[in-house]
Design a protein around this ligand. Structure first.
Ligand SMILES: C[S@@+](CC[C@H](N)C(=O)[O-])C[C@H]1O[C@@H](n2cnc3c(N)ncnc32)[C@H](O)[C@@H]1O
Length: 230
């Protein structure tokens, strides 16, 4: 709790976007990622490998959308291969900025922006050689549903905007999840894409977002993730 409070306070001081609810959500994600590190590691490695295998060897600007905690895309790889790496998220925690600084990664730009409003900022940027949407899309859908918006158009809109972005475009997203009981039976299934069909994926895998005990001792939540070249 103390670490979380410190991270919140430090982020509040450095963020150009002082919104307590957003910073809180990022701190909660950070705490959960630490608790679930073992269960998330295969998913994170798969994401990193997909980007590594599909990014240009050299480039000017790489963009990561939903960069958050910098766990599922290797900023070290991107930082070496590109002149600049632009990281977009609602918030970037002070702990994440410190982590990058401690590693001497100097060509990162932390950009706080609500990406549900679209990707117009990228459309005509001729310097951008790679855009990665990094496990953001389902979150846009969840937020749209909570706000009573048309979820399908938000999801389809992000895919279309990504397709229209310059450079190579890579989409990583969880597209569905299942609630699995202790006896292995499936209690619930949910389509995180709300019926929007995605382009063909290059790879798919399972991600145990919440192992037994994280949300409830009696079940775990397992998400299906897809990796797509647009
Ligand atoms: C599942 S996390 C992705 C994790 C991240 N790629 C990483 O490696 O830590 C989803 C991320 O999307 C961000 N996010 C959610 N809604 C957003 C929005 N409307 N605009 C920008 N970022 C958003 C969250 O803040 C969070 O960091």
């Amino acid at each position: 709790m103390i670490l979380e409070a410190l991270n919140f306070a430090a982020t509040w001081l450095v963020s150009g976007r002082r919104r307590a609810d957003e910073i809180n959500a990022s701190v909660r994600l950070w705490a959960r990622a630490r608790r679930c590190a073992r269960d998330w590691s295969a998913h994170e490695e798969n994401c990193k490998a997909f980007v590594r295998d599909n990014m240009p060897e050299r480039g000017r600007v790489a963009v990561v959308l939903g960069s958050g905690l910098l766990r599922d895309v290797s900023v070290e790889d991107l930082s070496r291969a590109f002149d600049e790496v632009w990281l977009y998220d609602l918030q970037h925690l002070a702990s994440v900025r410190l982590w990058a600084r401690a590693r001497g990664i100097g060509n990162l730009r932390f950009l706080q922006q609500d990406l549900s409003a679209g990707l117009d900022m990228l459309r005509d940027d001729a310097e951008v050689d790679l855009v990665v949407s990094a496990n953001l899309l389902s979150q846009l859908g969840v937020a749209a549903e909570r706000a009573g918006l048309d979820v399908e158009s938000v999801i389809a809109g992000h895919v279309a905007a990504l397709r229209a972005a310059p450079g190579r475009r890579l989409l990583l997203t969880d597209r569905a999840f299942a609630v699995i009981l202790k006896d292995g039976s499936t209690a619930e299934r949910h389509d995180l894409m709300h019926g929007v069909s995605l382009p063909q994926s290059e790879a798919e895998w399972f991600w145990t977002v919440a192992p037994y005990g994280e949300l409830d001792p009696g079940y775990k939540a397992v998400h299906r993730v897809v990796a797509i070249r647009l």
